[in-house]
Ligand binder design. Sequence first.
Ligand code: SF4
Length: 301
Amino acid sequence: MSSCGCSSHKLPEWFRQPIPDQRAMDRMRSLLKETGLTTVCQGAHCPNTGECWSKGTATFMILGRTCTRACRFCAVNSGRPEDVSYEEPLLVAEAVRRLGLNYVVVTSVTRDDLIDGGAEQFVRTVDAIRSVVPACGIELLIPDFQGNEGALRMIAQAAPQVVGHNIETVQRLSLPLRPQAAYGRSLGVLRFLRSLGGGMLVKSGLMAGLGETDDEILFTLRELKEAGCDIVTLGQYLAPSQGERHPPVDRYVEPFVFDRFKEQGLGLGIRYIASGALVRSSYMAEEGFEECGSSREGYCS
Ligand code: SF4
């Protein structure tokens, strides 16, 4: 078995997926070309792109295509980012309308070059979506904003139904794999979001297959629960390339092990866990929100 998850190598059979609806794929491709928008589906080489695009769902990535950080498991380009586009929020809102979405996930690259880390652009995007498709549920998957509480407050005041921030790995692997981030800071972000109260659900996600042990995953689930997470996603790491930036896959976690993590996480009191080889932070996001039985009215500070 290869240790690389790129498309030219053979993956275990549980990665097999149905052939996507080509017409739906083409429709999404032309919408993205026309608007110049980016989805994390493409940027992160997500293995569920076919399934999600066939259903007309996508996770929009705002604030450009270039990240100021260089996490070793990530496919997104890093370097000097593009200027912030003031048109972008309206383009996202228009895409949500054209796709007929009633739930959308918006994420971004990390923008350590901006004073607010890009929080204001998230808020503008939420406002634009609400003005065009008022009933649409909105989930924001945010960077850590370097722990900037003012930026986090702005996000909460925008009243998304769900706000997520990924812890990504277990603590031992955080420094080597996310050198510009910090495990403790990510937990602090989640804790602070929870402390803001209201009906907003708090979400996080991590990957298996980067060299962690099962016990370390379980410990991380416990820490995420203690930080106040309602929803957690756990998926298989796939190396975006065989290049030096990306470590090879350490192990392919079998489906029954993912099921066991799910049971253990639910046993800890996490309200919803998506755990499986193909799970990514935004995969079936609406289901997690619905399962938690929350209101589309959102959080109001
Ligand atoms: S901060 Fe996010 S987008 Fe940037 S390199 Fe890390 S995982 Fe990728």
